[in-house]
Design a protein around this ligand. Structure first.
Ligand code: ATP
Ligand code: MG
Length: 403
């Protein structure tokens, strides 16, 4: 017979991960839907790792580690939006003796001088209050280990969470990616240039729960294929956060040649941008996306003045979101490095917007001038044929090996 608290032969140590969410806990009536979405995203994120079940419990989600590589599991969970923090945990029946026994077993020969137990009750029907659990479990650890309790600055915090039928315990938490689960805030179309800013802008909206459809304008074969390769890499990277990325590669070179024939050099950048926005909007409508996203920053380059932004905005009737609008370049760069896009973004390429444009484009393009210049262009036809010529590529994370 096994003693109470000892594990049976099939019971592995610390084989759960408890996932906590925060912001989504506040979402009132939508809460079950948010949580189900988060659980679904976690399953997607862990595909191919041979992890166990993902279970929705009271106020948290449990992931069974199964046969997954723990480091990879941690890395993948660390990218899932909507997670506040997560912890590798052990599970025990709701009995302080058993909890303490298992916990001591899993602490192994770990030595600290001070500790505290921090308990939470998800189910208030559990007969012991949180302070009582803390005292009881803490007392047993103190007795067994001889460690001192220090509530203010413990070297080790031992967490115990009592649910309806079981308890979790764990010794440390990993911070989650925060934000909201991808798919809970609708869809946006992000204009992805291959530079530093736009992938960060897309990532920021994904972190707010949006699925990002990516649109890149390239001038191949007038310019090299480099920008397309970069945006493919970036789409693949962004798929690590949203599991599926769809990239539209829109040929823009011929359109630019048309612009060159009709528009004086200083206005070309603004006109390119206005055309890009119209084409992106047409793609957004087909993809059922509700907003456009760019990596523009006020004052960063000549084309990004308030006047030019107004001019660029005025041709579309959906919101244009600019999540980086007030950031400094070094802040954006730091975020690109954290996200992992920076090394791809700095690979040299030729930006299509510099094609046939002067070094000093108009910073305050006047509306009448812009509209007069565009009058010579078959705008609707340009937009229609650009959408038709777009090549769609899909990227999935994790990449599924074809059989
Ligand atoms: P980025 O680093 O994102 O390229 P940037 O500082 O180079 O930004 P611009 O080149 O002026 O600034 O581009 C501003 C925004 O316009 C980009 O963030 C992107 O959203 C969009 N954009 C520019 N060029 C393209 C392109 N070729 N394809 C798709 N979107 C583009
Ligand atoms: Mg750019």
């Amino acid at each position: 017979m096994t003693q109470p608290g000892c594990r049976g032969p099939g019971d592995k140590k610390m084989d759960s991960v408890v996932v906590h969410y925060q912001e989504i806990a506040l979402k009132g009536n939508n809460r079950p839907w948010f949580v189900a979405r988060l659980a679904r995203n976690i399953r997607e994120a862990l595909k191919g790792l041979d992890a166990g079940e993902v279970r929705v419990l009271m106020g948290r989600i449990e992931v069974l580690v199964g046969n997954a590589d723990r480091e990879m599991l941690r890395e993948r969970l660390g990218r899932v939006f909507g997670i506040a923090n997560f912890a590798t945990a052990g599970r025990a029946p709701l009995d302080v003796d058993i909890i303490a026994t298992r916990l001591l077993e899993d602490l192994g020969d770990r030595e600290v001088s001070t500790f505290r137990v921090s308990a939470k009750r998800a189910d208030k029907r559990f007969p012991l209050s949180s302070p009582q659990i803390e005292r009881e479990v803490g007392g047993r650890i103190k007795e067994a280990k001889g460690w001192t309790v220090n509530l203010a600055h413990p070297e080790l915090t031992i967490h115990v969470e009592a649910l309806t039928n079981e308890a979790f315990y764990y010794f440390g938490k990993d911070p989650g990616a925060g934000g909201m689960p991808v798919g809970t805030s609708g869809r946006v179309v992000c204009l992805l240039s291959g530079g530093i800013d736009s992938p960060v802008a897309a990532w920021r909206l994904m972190r707010r729960g949006c699925r990002a459809v990516l649109v890149h304008f390239h001038s191949y074969p007038i310019l090299s294929r480099a920008s397309q390769e970069k945006t493919r890499e970036l789409s693949k990277l962004l798929a690590k956060y949203q599991y599926h990325s769809r990239l539209f590669l829109v040929p823009f070179g011929e359109i630019q040649q048309q612009v060159v024939l009709a528009v004086a050099p200083p206005l070309r950048v603004v006109i390119y941008r206005r055309l890009m926005m119209r084409i992106a909007e047409a793609i957004a409508r087909r993809q059922k996306a509700q907003a456009l996203v760019t990596g523009e920053v006020v004052g960063q380059v000549a084309s990004q003045t308030l006047e030019n932004m107004a001019s660029i905005n005025s041709v579309v009737s959906m919101p244009v979101l600019r999540p980086l609008v007030g950031m400094d370049k070094d802040e954006i760069t730091a975020e690109a490095q954290r996200l992992g896009s920076y090394t791809t973004s700095i690979i040299p390429d030729q930006d299509c917007c510099t094609l046939f444009t002067p070094r000093h484009p108009a910073t305050k393009a006047r509306r009448v001038d812009v509209e007069r210049a565009e009058a010579g262009l078959p705008i609707e036809e340009i937009v229609r044929s650009a959408v038709e010529a777009a090549v769609i590529e899909d990227f999935t994370f994790p990449e599924i090996e074809s059989p």
